[in-house]
Design a protein around this ligand. Structure first.
Ligand code: B3K
Ligand code: ZN
Length: 901
């Protein structure tokens, strides 16, 4: 079956290519949109003032034809410069409206009708509960009215909203409120004008009844900005953290980049039904409630951090995304990679930089690397797509941010700021490309980033094989580096990447060595100030093979490589266990030290897997036991970092270490490892638990770090029923005063073999049944239960009164949590895990194709498994692609997965 063999998929499963970009034939000077809201029959009257694009010869020769996008619209009327157009003068299909022979400048007035109530896809205009809201990125505006729905058409919007006054007292849109008033029949209206030209994807409209938290912010030039957060009634006591985060973000962007907010009002609306985290619509952000609402009764410490970072991310888009936007969707990383980089830096400045770095590295290693190695592998700037929404990926976002970080490493922080300044000077108010960004960085710093551009062109994770040679007679240490990148779909051969490799050398006693680099053929910057002056370097790897020679050394050093995770690559070096233990203990780069611990654990789990394959008895090396007991005994360790060092590699990371994964053995080795580690360290884990719990009470400033350590110990203890882990968890659950401790302990109990564990789940449910977001946690705890009867439980939970399949948060809490966080059961050999997920995808395909497509990616790793599991997964993927009404979103993911070799 091909994508085109079924009517519904025909044209929207067409592939779009980056190379086909053409400038728009018409610019849009002004757009007036008038929406008369009604649940099933909303009328949209758009008055669009077009002007022909005469900027290029090529366009001048083209016929004067205007193509507007429009999907699922009922066209009622079109008039050209005030004169109604006869039906014969335009053509329209399911997706386009085409008008020929137009003058150079004209106004089109188009009247359409839409049904927001029936819109369960949550793009375009839809209802979330009793509120109207919109989601237009990437191509949702075309579900509202006929429009040039592409990011390089920027226009000034004036939006008039009309609705019932009692049901919808607040009528919001982008920009400033310029008019409002009452109308007949209990209706009222509001008119908003946004003075900043913007593409349609940044349009927003909200109507409903809310509780409102208000504040103000005085910008660096002394302007007062009204800050408003709109939430469901009764939730005001959960939005103060969001407001504080917004003010911090506004201050940070002024201080760090000199960027000031531009409108007089900044609004955030929280809605329950939302496909992703949040949306940066100009002046009117729409947020998923889970990234706004937080107080310590209902939200964990991690939730607090997420709210702060997502609020900041959307705010930062005002400059990187809105003022300077993308020319076309292939350039998405231009705004997303850059804005993720900016929010990472903000969070690092607000909290612990080291911990934030590790969290971001984990996202790359546990998720993005797998994406790079699977059927959806694409460069951060993709070359083609079928459904753009499928390309809001970890590659575009997180790897995109790593690419920006590497530019910062190459041109230094001050050079990066200069580049940003030039970028805004050149492109404010424009829709531009990744190339424009790189050029601004080059021109501001007088550097040549030609080779660096391969990060934008090539998919896949580059790998470095590093070998060392020690010449004791000359005191010379030589590193030989080989660079390669495995083939990815459509890219069998890769050019070398420019890889900034940060490194240092340690003596066995843990002393950093002075770096004397003897060869002159490599580009190398030795750090020349601060604590690491002369002892840390950034080497630019630019070729397939390179050698670095260090001289003047007294002993064979231990290299600390890829410090700070200076590039999103895999680095292979034959460290001995002893060297890794030393690095874990004394490396002053928290990434390299953490990575040493992760490598130690990964090596052992992989070896144990091999032992199981060969029927050998399992044993836990005494050295490793000592290593982990030693790190637990360091009394002045940062609790956050210690907690990170105690977290064992995840199964999804481990499975990527195998070409073909021996799944049963890996899972058994993994469980044996966790359980044995807990038993071997149980004395120190218990005392660290106690110390951390009491510090969380006394050291309020670092309370969240202490809780993290406390719960890392508890989680590990919970893996071994022989320890006191479970009783400790029950005690903690009963005493918990806030959500972090309550949830962490509930997880331990609910995932244990305790006979009465449902009692604790019920207690939690009773306490929180009226808090939607807390119920999501309750669903997730059950979905991730490693016990075998979880599948039946999930089928039952799908019928639970508090579960709605139309609500993406619920689907993520129950089904995504299962498919991505309960791998033991997802990959059950009887195939019921796969069937469960496919059953839900099939239901969701009709309701919400975007969420269905995300879930479909759970099958992306099928090729790594044994034949039985391969067949079972392929069977489900086939069930999905062969669906009568398969959406383009789902089809793209499932068909690529099936075709992947
Ligand atoms: N720009 C939005 C994401 C839109 C996703 C569309 N499928 C949120 C963000 O990244 O800030
Ligand atoms: Zn973003």
């Amino acid at each position: 079956m091909t994508a085109n063999s079924q009517g519904n998929k025909s044209s929207h499963s067409e592939i779009k290519y980056r190379r086909d970009y053409k400038s728009p034939a018409f610019f849009l000077l002004e757009s007036k949109i008038y929406l008369k809201l009604s649940e099933q029959k909303t009328t949209v009257i758009s008055s669009l003032n077009f002007k022909r694009n005469l900027d290029s010869e090529e366009l001048i020769e083209q016929p004067r034809q205007l193509i507007l996008n429009g999907v699922k619209l009922k066209l009622l009327d079109i008039s050209l410069d005030g004169v109604s157009m006869p039906r014969s003068s335009y053509q329209f299909s399911e997706e386009y409206l085409l008008i020929q022979d137009l003058p150079d400048q004209f106004t089109l007035e188009i009247t359409t009708e839409i049904n927001p109530q029936a819109n369960t896809s949550l793009q375009g205009l839809y209802k979330s509960g009793d509120k109207y809201c919109t989601q237009c990125e990437a191509e949702g505006f075309r579900n509202i009215t006929y429009f040039p729905d592409r990011p390089d058409v920027m226009t000034i919007f004036t939006t008039k909203v009309e609705a019932d006054k009692t049901k919808y007292p607040f009528l919001l849109s982008n920009g400033n409120l310029i008019d409002s008033g009452d109308l007949e029949n209990g209706k009222h209206f509001a008119t908003w004008h946004d003075p900043f030209p913007k593409p349609s994807y940044l349009f927003a409209l909200v109507a409903g009844n809310f509780d409102l938290l208000e504040d103000t912010f005085i910008t660096m030039s002394g302007r007062e900005v009204a800050l408003k957060i709109y939430v469901d009634s009764g939730k005001l006591n959960q939005c103060h953290h969001a407001m504080e985060s917004l003010k911090k973000a506004m201050t940070w962007d002024e201080e760090v980049y000199g960027l000031e907010y531009d409108l007089d009002i900044y609004m955030i609306v929280a809605v329950s039904d939302f496909n992703m985290g949040a949306m940066e619509n100009k002046g009117l952000n729409v947020f998923n409630t889970c990234f706004v609402l937080a107080n310590n009764k209902t939200a964990t410490d991690a939730d607090f951090e997420d709210v702060e970072s997502v609020i900041a991310h959307e705010y930062f888009h005002n400059w990187t995304g809105n003022r300077v936007t993308c020319r076309d969707w292939f350039q998405l990383t231009l705004k997303e990679g850059l804005t993720v980089f900016r929010d990472q830096e903000f969070s690092s400045d607000m909290n612990s930089r080291a911990v934030k770095r590790l969290k971001d590295v984990l996202a790359i290693k546990n998720g993005q690397f797998a994406e790079d190695a699977g059927p959806m592998s694409h460069p951060i700037r993709p070359d083609s797509y079928v459904e753009m929404n499928n390309f809001y990926t970890q590659t575009v976002y997180s790897k995109g941010a790593e690419v920006i970080r590497m530019i910062e490493t190459i041109v230094c922080n001050s050079g990066f700021k200069k580049g940003m300044k030039l970028y805004f000077e050149r492109h404010d108010g424009q829709a531009v490309t990744c190339e424009d960004f790189i050029c601004a960085m080059e021109d501001a710093n007088n550097v040549d980033l030609s080779l660096f551009r391969n990060w934008y062109r090539q998919a896949g994770t580059p790998e470095l094989d590093v070998n060392a040679h020690w010449d004791s007679s000359k005191g010379k240490y030589t590193l030989t580096i080989t660079q390669y990148c495995k083939p990815t779909p459509g890219q069998p051969h890769k050019e070398p990447f420019l890889i900034p490799l940060r490194l240092a050398l340690f003596s066995k006693a843990g002393e950093m060595q002075n770096l004397d680099i003897a060869n002159s053929d490599i580009k190398c910057k030795i750090v020349d100030n601060g604590a690491f002056s002369g002892k840390e370097a950034v080497i630019e790897i630019t070729e397939h093979h390179q050698t670095i020679v260090f001289s003047g050394l007294n002993e064979k050093p231990i290299p600390s490589l890829l410090r700070g995770f200076s590039a999103p690559i895999k680095l292979h070096f034959g460290f001995s266990d002893q060297e890794l233990a030393l690095l874990l203990a004394f490396d002053n780069d928290s990434y390299s030290s953490w990575e040493a611990g992760q490598m130690l654990m990964t090596k052992l789990i992989v070896n144990l897997t091999g032992d199981l394959l060969e029927d050998k008895p399992l044993s836990f090396p005494i050295e490793l036991e000592e290593t982990f007991n030693n790190i637990l005994e360091v009394k002045d360790a940062d609790p956050n970092l210690l907690a990170m060092n105690l977290s064992t590699p995840s199964l999804d990371f481990l499975l990527e270490q195998f070409q073909e994964v021996p799944w049963n053995e890996l899972v058994n080795a993994y469980n044996y490892f966790n359980r044995t580690l807990a038993i071997k360290c149980h004395g120190n884990l218990l005392s660290t638990y106690d110390r951390a719990a009491s510090m969380a009470d006394s050291d309020r400033e670092n309370a969240s770090g202490w809780r993290k350590l406390q719960n890392a110990c508890l989680s590990l203890l919970g893996k071994a029923e022989e320890t006191e882990g479970i009783s400790l968890a029950i005690k903690q659950f009963k005493q918990a005063k806030e959500m972090t401790n309550s949830l962490a302990s509930l997880k331990v109990v609910a995932h244990s073999q305790q006979a009465d564990k449902t009692k604790w789940l019920d207690t939690f449910y009773q306490r929180w049944q009226d808090e939607e977001l807390v119920l999501d946690k309750w669903f997730s705890v059950q979905a991730t239960n490693p016990e075998r009867d979880v599948i039946n439980e999930i089928y039952q939970l799908l019928e639970h009164a508090d579960f709605q399949i139309s609500n993406p948060n619920k689907v993520r809490a129950l089904i995504t949590a299962f498919a991505k966080g309960n791998l033991e059961n997802f990959h059950r050999l009887d195939g019921v895990g796969y069937k469960l997920v496919a059953d839900v995808i099939i239901k969701l395909n009709k309701i919400n194709p975007q969420i269905a497509a995300r879930l479909t990616s759970s099958f992306n790793s099928w090729r790594k498994f044994d034949n039985s599991r391969k067949e079972l997964m392929k069977h489900q993927l086939k069930r999905i692609v062969e669906l009568e009404n398969v959406s383009a979103d789902v089809y793209e993911i499932a068909s690529k997965a099936l075709a992947y070799n």
